[in-house]
Design a protein around this ligand. Structure first.
Ligand SMILES: C=C(O[C@H]1C=CC=C(C(=O)O)[C@@H]1O)C(=O)O
Length: 475
């Protein structure tokens, strides 16, 4: 399988662009509206990673890496490592997300010919509680002897492109995706058979749905609705991949890692009492607990070699989203730095994984958040157990290319810290047709799965994107 990568500078520049980065505090106070940051975005190629009003929005492009194949993460990481190591940075704020930042969205499957991307934006606006900032990034060429000059202190007024009004997509029609419903349930039935035969324990089967809109899709319409309705999720937009994921693959911040693992789902009814009864049912469902256990184990196993201590909860909690309830576990750990373990300030209450510190890139430094995302992907929340057998079964039975659905999506900073979600509850906007999008949803299949119920579960998981595309007032 081939691995290709390319770096494109927007204004053609010599081969060795150097980033010149300036971060300054934003004088303006951004309000608590979950969509306040999103209101700054231009219509074209908006970049976003926001949750409860905090996060990053960005636009413009000073560098882009496109990769495919099994080396897609390593190739993107290598380019980012080179860019960040040579960047000239003045950061007056110094919180996660300030300084140099790249946004990425990666294909699910090693075998996909669909691109993975890492984009370095021209402008980033970020917010973390009461702190808000602007970062501007430009490129200069590395030429011997001359030191790049820093741009003047940016202000919001200087960096805001013309923000044209957000427009509605109008009426939407849906049609089947790659596989008809009956064929999809037949595939789930076959997957259940293979599991009962003992060939694997779990596989996640997904499907897609095509949406066609009356008017061109303005990604900001989708983002604003997602961020407002799904406040507990991470609303993202990167190179046409848009969604609001409840699942955090990994956050790496100052030596601490966190992963929110989800697997096991029940639809909500809308009634508070009935939902509480459903939450109790979910928390005791052996089928869902089994699905969840595989997902947690896959994350713990993947993180263990990088951590000097890992806290893996024994029992999941129930996460309430507007459309569904999920079994959820927050796995946390303290990263090792090669040869120099970080002083442990997290206690392992339930289980501890300790392992020799890995040699990461041979530089004696902790792995970047992007390397961690690559090591974790694909977890059993989106692939299955054992991973390779499940992945082969997905290729054999699913009948579609997931492209960037269920792949890592997020951002990485200049120090390697960052946040990566799993691109769920998402759609890919067609770059050739601005009125077309492909929506995705999947579900974990175990021995006790019922194909018709799994189809219904995918419908519940499609709800956030259907709501995002609609014009009905938000609840
Ligand atoms: C694969 C998806 O969800 C995963 C995350 C949470 C719960 C899941 C489940 O219960 O099957 C899935 O593992 C999706 O939303 O497309």
């Amino acid at each position: 399988m081939s691995t290709q990568s390319s770096v494109t500078d927007v204004a053609p520049e010599p081969l060795s662009p150097q980033l010149v980065v300036r971060t300054t505090l934003l004088g303006t106070v951004l309000d608590d509206d979950p969509a306040a940051l999103l209101a700054l975005l231009p219509r074209t190629a908006p970049l976003a990673w926001v949750r409860r009003g905090d996060g990053l929005v960005a636009w413009g492009e000073v560098a882009r890496v496109e990769t495919t194949g099994p080396g897609r993460f390593a190739d993107a990481e290598a380019v980012w490592a080179s860019l960040r190591s040579r960047a000239v940075v003045r950061d007056d704020v110094k919180v996660p997300g300030t300084g140099p930042v790249a946004f990425g969205s990666f294909a699910f499957d090693d075998g996909s010919d669909q691109r993975s991307v890492l984009v370095v934006p021209r402008v980033v606006v970020g917010r973390r509680g009461s702190t808000a900032w602007i970062t501007t990034i430009t490129t200069t060429q590395t030429s011997a002897g001359s030191a790049p000059t820093l741009a003047p202190v940016p202000t919001l007024a200087h960096v805001l492109d013309d923000v044209d009004p957000v427009t509605s997509p109008g009426a939407v029609t849906y049609s089947r995706g790659a596989v008809a419903d009956d064929d999809w349930t037949a595939s789930v039935e076959e997957a259940v058979r293979r599991i009962r035969d003992g060939r694997l324990d779990k596989v996640v089967m997904a499907r897609d749905v095509e949406a066609r809109t009356e008017h061109p899709i303005d990604p900001r319409w989708l983002l604003t609705r997602l961020a407002t309705a799904y406040t507990g999720c991470w609303t993202f937009s990167i190179d046409g991949m848009v969604g609001a994921t409840p699942e955090l693959l990994v956050r790496s911040e100052k030596g601490l890692v966190t992963s929110r693992v989800l697997a096991g789902t029940i639809r909500r009814t809308g009634g508070e009492e009935a939902d509480l009864a459903r939450a109790a049912k979910l928390a005791h469902s052996s089928k869902d607990l089994e699905e969840h256990e595989y997902a947690v184990a896959s994350v713990a196993e993947a993180l263990a070699p990088y951590c000097q201590s890992l806290n893996v909860p024994e029992t999941p909690f129930v996460l309430h989203l507007p459309n569904v309830l999920h079994l959820a576990s927050d796995v946390t750990g303290v990263l090792c730095t090669s040869g120099t373990p970080v002083a442990g300030n997290l206690t392992s209450t339930t289980s501890t994984a300790s392992a020799a510190a890995p040699v990461v890139g041979g530089h004696g430094v902790a792995p970047s958040s992007l390397s961690l995302a690559a090591a974790l992907h694909p977890t059993a929340a989106v692939c299955g157990t054992p991973t390779a057998v499940a992945n082969d079964l997905i290729r054999e039975l699913e009948g579609m290319d997931r492209a960037r659905y269920a792949g890592p999506v997020g951002w990485v900073g200049g120090d390697g810290d960052g946040e990566w979600g799993i691109a769920l509850r998402s759609a890919s906007l067609d770059p050739e047709d601005d009125r077309a999008a492909r929506l995705f949803a999947g579900c974990g299949v175990v021995a006790a799965s019922d194909p018709a119920s799994e189809l219904a579960e995918t419908e519940a998981k499609l709800e956030p994107m259907r709501l995002a595309l609609s014009t009905t007032p938000l609840p």
